[in-house]
Design a protein around this ligand. Sequence first.
Ligand SMILES: *[C@@H]1O[C@H](CO)[C@@H](O)[C@H](O)[C@H]1NC(C)=O
Ligand SMILES: *[C@@H]1O[C@H](CO)[C@@H](O)[C@H](O)[C@H]1NC(C)=O
Ligand SMILES: *[C@@H]1O[C@H](CO)[C@@H](O)[C@H](O)[C@H]1NC(C)=O
Ligand SMILES: *[C@@H]1O[C@H](CO)[C@@H](O)[C@H](O)[C@H]1NC(C)=O
Ligand SMILES: *[C@@H]1O[C@H](CO)[C@@H](O)[C@H](O)[C@H]1NC(C)=O
Length: 458
Amino acid sequence: MSLDIKRPSTNKTKKKMGFVVKMQLHNHINNKRNNLFFFFFRNYYTWILWFFISLYFFTSFFFSGEYNPTTTTRLLSYHSSLPSRALIESSAINKSSIGMFNGMKIYVYELPSRYNEDWVTKSSRCSTHLFASEVAIHRALSSSSIRTLNSEEADFFFVPVYVSCNFSTINNFPSLTHARSLLNSAVNLLSNKYPFWNRTQGSDHVFVASHDFGACFHAMEDMAIEEGIPEFMKNSIILQTFGVNYKHPCQEADHVVIPPYIPPESVHRAIEKAPVNGRRDIWAFFRGKMEVNPKNISGRFYSKGVRTAILKKYGGRRRFYLNRHRFAGYRSEIVRSVFCLCPLGWAPWSPRLVESAVLGCVPVVIADGIKLPFAETVRWSEISLTVAEKDVRNLRKILEHVAVTNLSVIQRNLREPEFKRALLYNVPMKEGDATWRILEALGRKLDRSYKRSRIMSE
Ligand SMILES: *[C@@H]1O[C@H](CO)[C@@H](O)[C@H](O)[C@H]1NC(C)=O
Ligand SMILES: *[C@@H]1O[C@H](CO)[C@@H](O)[C@H](O)[C@H]1NC(C)=O
Ligand SMILES: *[C@@H]1O[C@H](CO)[C@@H](O)[C@H](O)[C@H]1NC(C)=O
Ligand SMILES: *[C@@H]1O[C@H](CO)[C@@H](O)[C@H](O)[C@H]1NC(C)=O
Ligand SMILES: *[C@@H]1O[C@H](CO)[C@@H](O)[C@H](O)[C@H]1NC(C)=O
């Protein structure tokens, strides 16, 4: 038996055996117990041996300063039961990751300027309009510490293509007709030049689709649905403003719902111009497109007729400040308002949502099924109101009820800087801002990281 014990020859195992031998000597004093011990030991020594070997590997794994993939693999083969495997995997990821967002690293592709910067050079509006998150995220990532210049180290690959800046010379609206071909050309370019796209079919690649129907790249829902998400982007992660809480062809790729772009400077300017006494003399505010007789465009009506219903019922009412005309200084009106109506347009989301929230006006969301940005971390129900499209004719009663019950609670919540911060994009990125929240969301998708999957399977 002692021969058997000596057989395992690594130093470390001998140490454990030394401990067993000491126990034996100690037990010599009591014969009965001694016999029992030897009986036990003779029959179960292999199990005891296994236990100590396992214990050794297990503890050395947890207490050694560095993460060693070989140890993990060995452990995984010793313990094949699920719970221990899960424990080891999660701790392995933590150990190999130092710093923010689990040590996530993002590689930002350097594409020729025709894919991005040229559009801003052509029109500065490209970096300030409501779809400009495609520019802001690119800039914030480029200057962030999450960025890596070493592609081998990257968990995700960011593809910076600005598709919303081909402004029409006729109506000044962005034309999206070129979006698919521009993106396709960028993907062809990078998949020929680098090995990263091909090895995962783009599943660790990140795109921004800040337009109305996100990754479908069309401003009209019917056409957007008909054309769907481009085939080559379906495996990737899409950062998009469009989001609904039901199945929709334009969100069938993995995605993060992000806020529309509002320039932080314009918010600060509006706050500076706010009445010094903080008085909000406008009760319910809306400025924007409201058709008196909505046109039937291939079976659909703008805003599903909701804006028309608001105009017909409340236009001219004393407490409702409704205006159909554009006015550059509209943010100075928002800071004077108590309730800001955010009815759907063609798409469910609108920049008003962010503008009202950051300017302290309670957003009244009227868009059934909308999925709001960063819903996992921003508690929208505490800072906004939701009114069903069918209830829009009771709007006044609903708002009056809130005004006498919980309005002050909602207004107090809106003053929390945390909410404001999450809805604005800064360059460079600030802790808790919109880009930071995007990174937080990507950090929950690290199972897509090719680098990490390699570490685990080695
Ligand atoms: C790993 O990190 C996550 C997130 O930071 C944490 O929730 C989890 O408890 C950590 N796991 C271990 C085993 O330390
Ligand atoms: C911009 O849009 C117009 C009109 O849809 C289109 O004809 C043109 O090709 C686009 N420009 C580029 C550079 O793709
Ligand atoms: C990736 O795949 C495409 C299409 O199969 C091919 O044309 C390209 O050369 C590949 N890229 C690399 C870097 O091997
Ligand atoms: C709208 O137009 C479509 C045809 O494009 C038609 O089928 C539908 O009945 C019209 N709806 C209304 C309410 O007029
Ligand atoms: C305020 O009241 C409305 C209507 O009663 C309710 O829907 C909403 O959840 C309340 N909000 C908060 C933050 O209490």
